[in-house]
Design a protein around this ligand. Structure first.
Ligand SMILES: [Fe+2]
Length: 300
């Protein structure tokens, strides 16, 4: 979504929607200095063939080149469980720094052992920068403020740039509701508190979402909304829904949700800042699937 001629101090925001994973990647730039950040870049990955392509990331790079932008930051809102991050590819092409919330260490502590990832020690050193709540990054004349908004995962952050807030997987469009909170380390209660924090921002603040899955009855994908719209109309957390009611609703819904199709590939790559596991002696990287057996099969 392109915004018409922004005022000099307002960020220029461009959205790239990946239909395969329903993910929105944002390119945010300061019109004055041409410094830019990419938020949540997607690497195309076909799980059936194990084949990776950079088509989605190349569209972002093309926009960067066409607008003469200098990419400074690659910002992840969290370790995604539904797509692989293109952060290393964009970093290699531009020299931009890869940043994520500091609580990624907790995510690594949970998932490192799940995948027996001996290269992941849990200190977050795979990333160039670990961000604390309240920290501010410079983007030319713009400021990128980091808000720790856990719940979907322990490490989730939102990025506030002027009146635009990139909320990752906290809120979805008002007609769709909120993100799941049942991944390891997730918490519906924390998610509620993070959402209330976001919805305490000024009513006109623009919220940019990480996903859209089309609510029933809606035909067009959408990813931009406002605090006021969410407070009035969000089907899960409009004003008046208290924490207890939200937690009950969220947990009931989460109990019905299947694992995302790319959960296992995504988590083991994204906890490594988008890098594949170290290559084996033949030069090939392999993803791991920890197989869970039913009781009766364990002695076979
Ligand atoms: Fe997510």
């Amino acid at each position: 979504m392109n915004h018409p001629t922004p005022a000099p101090s307002a960020p220029h925001i461009q959205a790239f929607f990946d239909k395969a994973t329903f993910t929105v990647t944002y390119l945010v730039s300061d019109p004055g200095s041409a410094e830019a950040a990419v938020i949540d870049p997607v690497l195309d990955y076909d799980h059936r063939s194990g084949r990776v392509s950079t088509a989605a990331a190349d569209r972002v790079l093309q926009a960067v080149a066409e607008q003469g932008l200098a990419l400074r930051w690659i910002l992840e809102t969290h370790a995604h469980a539904d797509h692989l991050s293109a952060a290393p590819y964009l970093k290699a092409r531009t020299g931009a720094q890869v940043a994520i919330g500091e609580h990624i260490r907790e995510v690594q502590a949970i998932f490192g052992p799940v995948f027996r990832a001996q290269d992941v020690v849990g200190d977050g050193s795979e990333f160039d920068r670990l961000l604390r709540d309240g920290e501010v990054l410079a983007l030319g004349a713009l400021k990128v403020e980091v808000l720790h908004t856990p719940g979907h995962t322990p490490a989730c952050v939102s990025y506030k740039v002027d009146d635009a807030v990139f909320v990752g997987d906290t809120l979805f469009m008002p007609d769709y509701g909120t993100a799941r909170a049942d991944f390891p380390g997730g918490s519906a209660r924390q998610l509620y508190r993070s959402i209330r924090r976001l919805l305490a921002l000024p009513p006109q603040a623009r919220l940019f979402l990480c996903h859209d899955y089309l609510a029933p009855g809606r035909e067009d994908y959408a990813w931009e909304t406002t605090v006021a719209e969410q407070r009035t109309r969000n089907v899960h957390v409009h004003d008046g829904v208290d924490e207890q009611a939200f937690v009950a609703l969220r947990e009931k819904r989460d109990a019905t949700l299947a694992a995302p199709a790319l959960l296992l590939p995504s988590v083991q790559v994204n906890m490594r800042a988008g890098r594949l596991p170290p290559a084996e002696a033949n030069g090939v990287s392999y993803l791991r699937i920890p197989v869970q057996l039913p009781e009766g099969m364990k002695q076979i």
